[in-house]
Design a protein around this ligand. Structure first.
Ligand SMILES: Nc1nc2c(c(=O)[nH]1)N[C@H]1C(S)=C(S)[C@@H](COP(=O)(O)OP(=O)(O)OC[C@H]3O[C@@H](n4cnc5c(=O)[nH]c(N)nc54)[C@H](O)[C@@H]3O)O[C@H]1N2
Ligand SMILES: Nc1nc2c(c(=O)[nH]1)N[C@H]1C(S)=C(S)[C@@H](COP(=O)(O)OP(=O)(O)OC[C@H]3O[C@@H](n4cnc5c(=O)[nH]c(N)nc54)[C@H](O)[C@@H]3O)O[C@H]1N2
Ligand code: SF4
Ligand SMILES: [Mo]
Length: 736
């Protein structure tokens, strides 16, 4: 007989409620939880298909080591001892910064692992942390820090009340949202329109979400001109809330001066959005009872992601919409994490690298990883929950070569992915169904969601016996290395003793994750884990954010206690670069630009091996009818896509969704070398990040973000749909 457990999905930030049927420790069915206090019966196919990842025959079930004669299972103790010895050798010979770590997006869903990972590396004296944060959203953390005083002061659109919502560079119906937790996003946007408001999606692709609202095409990587002109026009039309600005913000005159030269007409030359459309959007924004602008990865990954988010937040702020119902609200979580991290030097933007690139919220630019390894600055790397080989820019396979040359590479993962394949050790971790948890760290601590709530879920199934929690792995490594965790000998001893007890015969007396979470919940005045699981399995709604709880309060954490509308580095960078970027844009407006495309059945690289989700053998290059005709390609034809950094071959899909001179290729494919992923290997597709540049020139200097969207490419027809090896010559698109 199957027992039904109530839990929540941790694949993306929507964290939808799920019902899971379990029989003899096997997941037999996963359904949406109709009673979850927020998702109310919504879940997507990735969540409900997770059993095939959970029970994948490719799961790594005990530590494995790469040897000359192939991968061999090894015992935990020996593996951790050997890894610790190698780490020690690297640190003693090359200094602590030579030992780094790399964290992927699933790392953000794990509430406990970061505490112990952070403690281990701090104890070693290394702040060499990389992660896919610099592929998705570090620009926002940087701006939050400078405008509001802490990277974790996150504002989010009050979508359930706004009269005008404009979304740039996000596709919530497919992707959910980031730093803004919104299960069933499509319906929430639809509701804006149903109550007479507007939902406008500014995007080079007519995205799925735009079906419930309006769509405006924008040339990739030109949002900075659109936002500057929007801001300027708002000021020019006199729609500034002077009372709020004068009382609670600084730098308005500087901001006004910076954007003054950006007229609707000037932006139109680069963005393709007509001056009239922009003026009309500003009028509508101003007329609405509550308006909010939101942006995400499509803009974050451009060359001006930090400037864009600065301008966007300024528009929300000066129009009187920040900290107001129907506008944008400042999240409030279990604890005031923003306050807690504010004075943590690890979390403040710093420039300790020997180039002038920033470390934002503790993360160094992932686009410098290959450089840092090839120059000898990094000799060892622990990768947790990530697959940087496919997820990060990897020009012409340069990252493969760099990672392969490390003295030590360890992957902590469910599977042996492409990155793990280059490692010396793969250490198996539990899935989220095997972990007790509260939702996403950010959701719990910043609560950027229209319906704040808390939920606790016990582990639904026991992990396989040879699998170990990440917190345990890091604590045991610390014990082998002889370093003091948390800068506190007593606490460190206790943590190490606890890790010794865990997974031993005395496991029952060890303090496991559930006990730690119990303490956290109780400290926040909520029921403990046991009570939560027994009495509130579908979660508890917390008071809604009333707005008016940020400006003018001590939650504004800047020196002056006011929102800074003109942080000096942004104004300077904008003034130094915008005009020349604009000129270059106009000079190259005939070039095709590459953008990414998230798909419902795929989650970054990590669902590629899921049989229930992936049936197509390849991804495609999506291009407009006009581009296809000019290049002379039809559906299914294979093209060569060439950038300044690499070259790929990929079949085409012709669609009216794409803005002309733009091509969309779903990222995070390219599994031809994945011999640890049997299904993915048979459905390999093509890695578009071979076309992205890395290194200093291809990093956004204010936040360390990689330039992954809006990459200029040339496209040429290689062969017809059914003609393998055909070599009829096409024409180069860029010169047409
Ligand atoms: N199904 C699914 N869901 C996911 C993921 C997934 O892989 N699959 N990944 C998860 C992760 S890790 C994240 S960070 C979030 C990301 O969530 P989103 O940020 O919503 O990500 P995307 O769906 O890729 O949307 C980016 C959009 O930006 C557009 N775009 C590209 N370049 C530009 C530009 O220069 N300007 C403008 N205005 N638009 C541009 C693209 O066409 C695309 O529609 O999604 C999460 N959810
Ligand atoms: N061109 C382009 N490139 C992009 C993007 C884009 O929009 N365009 N998006 C970028 C973004 S936003 C992101 S976040 C990255 C995503 O890239 P990554 O952050 O690397 O994330 P995934 O590919 O989802 O996951 C990698 C690994 O995590 C493992 N994993 C899953 N759950 C767990 C767990 O609980 N514990 C452990 N230890 N391992 C686990 C999976 O098995 C998988 O092997 O890609 C980036 N790359
Ligand atoms: S939307 Fe995200 S959280 Fe919800 S079921 Fe799908 S993958 Fe899981
Ligand atoms: Mo991401």
């Amino acid at each position: 007989m199957a027992a039904t457990h109530i839990t929540f999905c941790r694949i993306c930030e929507a964290t939808c409620g799920l019902e899971v049927d379990v029989e003899a420790n096997r997941v037999v069915d996963i359904r949406p939880d109709p009673q979850h206090v927020v998702s109310q019966g919504y879940a997507c196919v990735k969540g409900t298909s997770f059993a095939s990842v959970q029970h994948s025959p490719d799961r790594v079930l005990q530590p494995i080591r790469r040897t000359r004669s192939g991968w061999k299972p090894v015992a935990w103790d020996g593996a951790l001892r050997d890894i610790a010895e190698k780490m020690r050798r690297i640190v003693d010979t090359h200094g602590p910064q030579a030992m780094g770590h790399f964290v992927g997006s699933a790392g953000g869903a794990n509430v406990l692992a970061p505490l112990f990972r952070g403690a281990l590396f701090a104890a070693l004296g290394s702040n060499r942390m990389y992660g896919t944060g610099t592929c998705d959203t570090m620009n926002k953390f940087r701006v939050n820090e400078d405008m509001y005083g802490s990277p974790m002061r996150l504002a989010y659109p009050d979508i359930d009340r706004a009269g005008f919502v404009m979304v740039l560079g996000a596709n919530p119906a497919i992707s959910g949202t980031t730093l803004f937790h919104l299960p069933g996003a499509r319906g929430r946007f639809q509701a804006v329109v149903k109550r007479g408001g507007r939902a406008v999606f500014v995007n080079p692709r007519r995205i799925e979400t735009a079906q419930v609202g309006e769509h405006v095409f924008i040339r990739p990587d030109t949002d900075v001109f659109f936002l500057a002109a929007f801001c300027n026009e708002l000021i020019r039309q006199g729609h500034v809330d002077r009372t709020r600005v004068d009382r609670s913000m600084t730098g308005f005159e500087t901001l006004r001066g910076a954007v003054a030269g950006w007229s609707p007409e000037r932006q139109a030359e680069a963005t393709g959005i007509s001056a009239e459309t922009l003026r009309e959007l500003v009028r509508s924004h101003t007329a609405a009872d509550g308006a909010a602008l939101y942006m995400a990865t499509g803009v974050n990954q451009g060359r001006s992601g930090t400037l864009c988010f600065w301008l966007l937040e300024c528009i929300n702020a000066i129009s009187g919409n920040l900290d107001r119902r129907g506008g944008t609200l400042m999240g409030e979580g279990l604890f005031d994490m923003a306050k807690q991290v504010k004075d943590d030097p690890q979390m403040q933007t710093s420039f300790h690298r020997d180039d002038d690139l920033p470390t934002v919220s503790g993360q160094q630019p992932s686009g410098m990883l290959a450089d840092d390894i090839l120059s000898g600055r990094v000799r060892g790397l622990i990768v947790e929950a990530s697959n940087p080989l496919l997820a990060c820019s990897n020009p012409d396979g340069r990252l493969d070569r760099a990672l392969a040359g490390l003295d030590l590479l360890v992957s902590v993962d469910l599977l042996r992915n492409e990155t793990g394949n280059l490692a010396e050790y793969v250490l198996p971790a539990p899935t989220w169904l095997e972990r007790p948890e509260i939702p996403y760290a950010l959701q719990s601590f910043a609560a950027c969601t229209p319906k704040p709530y808390m939920i606790y879920a016990d582990a639904v199934v026991d992990p396989p016996p040879g699998v170990r929690h990440e917190w345990w792995i890091y604590t045991r490594l610390a014990a082998h290395l002889g370093v003091t965790l948390f800068d506190n000998r007593l606490l460190s001893l206790a943590a190490k003793l606890n890790a010794r007890l865990a997974y031993s015969r005395l496991d029952r007396i060890a303090v496991g994750p559930a006990k730690l979470l119990d303490g956290m919940l109780k400290k926040a005045g909520l029921p403990g884990t046991r009570k939560f699981a027994a009495e509130h399995p579908h979660g508890i709604l917390l008071p809604e954010n009333p707005g008016g709880n940020f400006l003018g309060t001590d939650r504004v954490l800047t020196g002056e206690g006011k929102v800074d509308l003109a942080p000096e580095p942004y104004v300077k960078t904008f003034e130094d670069t915008a005009a020349s970027l604009h000129r270059r844009e106009i000079a190259s407006r005939d070039r095709i630009k590459l953008v990414g495309k998230r798909e419902m059945r795929r989650l970054n690289t990590s669902s590629a091996n899921c049989e229930r989700l992936v049936s197509e053998a390849t991804n495609y290059a999506y291009m407009s009818v006009a581009d296809a005709q000019r290049i002379g390609v039809g559906d299914g034809d294979v093209v060569e896509v060439v950038s300044a950094f690499g070259r790929i071959e990929i079949p085409v899909r012709v669609t009216d969704e794409m803005m002309p001179r733009t091509v969309a290729i779903p990222q995070c494919w390219g599994h031809e070398k994945a011999d640890g992923l049997s299904h993915a290997r048979q459905h390999p597709g093509v890695n578009s990040n071979l076309l992205a540049g890395d290194g200093y020139e291809n990093i956004e200097k204010l936040s360390g973000m990689s330039h992954l969207s809006g990459i200029p490419v040339d496209i040429r027809r290689l062969r017809g749909a059914s003609g393998p090896g055909g070599s009829d010559q096409g024409v180069t698109a860029s010169s047409q």
